[in-house]
Ligand binder design. Sequence first.
Ligand SMILES: [Zn+2]
Length: 349
Amino acid sequence: MKAITVEPKIPGSALLEDVPEPDARYGSVLVEAVAVGVCGTDVEIAEGKYGWAPPGKTRLVLGHESLGRVLDPGPSSGLKKGDLVVGIVRRPDPVPCPNCAVGEWDMCRNGQYTERGIKQIDGFMSERWRIEPEYAIKVDPALGILGVLLEPMTVVTKAWEHILAVGQRAFWEPKTVLVTGAGPIGLLGALVGRQLGLEVHVLARTETGPKPELVRSLGATYHSCSVADVGFEPDVVMECTGVGQIIAESISVIGASGVVCLTGVGHGGKMPDIPTANVASGVVLKNNVLFGSVNANKRHWYKAGEALARADRSWLARLITRRERPENYARALERRAEDIKVVIQFSDV
Ligand SMILES: [Zn+2]
């Protein structure tokens, strides 16, 4: 079968190649790939900046934002042939640490977790893949190809769960959220903010393309100014850019007792021009919490499926701005200004 593979840490090593059928040790459920979303992590792996091949191998099958159709449910999965499923990405570490031991592998303490398509387990960019029944999440068949948005939705679902948990340390009635960045995570974060009944503001650089209208059609407000100029003090900031200056300004504008959730993973950039001690003083004097959030556990996968099923399908469909065939993997791994979510489509839904 065909698979898109990379040699991790070797820039430009991505290939569409023939590989053996998926190994039975990957799980008793056999799945035919429908589509796989491409995200910044995939691009970084293809650029040689990240990623680990499975033990004893040099190449890794790429892809962690899956959607597939069950070909063989195996003996004990509760799934049926033809069901649409998405594969959970992370596996608990083998020690396991206390968090992995209780199923909160998203909070792994020792970093020895593994991840499909990223860290030591083959991913989902192959014509067929296997999965353990307990890591296969059945998606609402009415979602069709939109099920490929489930994995990014889990990241947002966990971030929101933690924002609300942190806020509950005191009496807290959040009304406003500022989402910085209008990629898939920012836009899905804004969607959940609206589902929670909050006044949602989204800030991004572009004034053209589909992003401003996508934000407005959620009933949210779009800003293309700097964070410092948004003109209000949000109760929540969901930071999705990873850009130093935007992070620093987000901490400055957050309202008293507000929560700043960092979800972006950035690198380098110039030093922000706000001294650290001044930023910290603001955090102290306003009782702010600043925290990071990554990945998701099974509870978030379940809740994300419900949130996706509740969302307006035509709005979700507008997030998928490009579909590429597997043979055009190089094009799929290019970042283009007008892209929101690019998917590689292996078969029709
Ligand atoms: Zn762990």
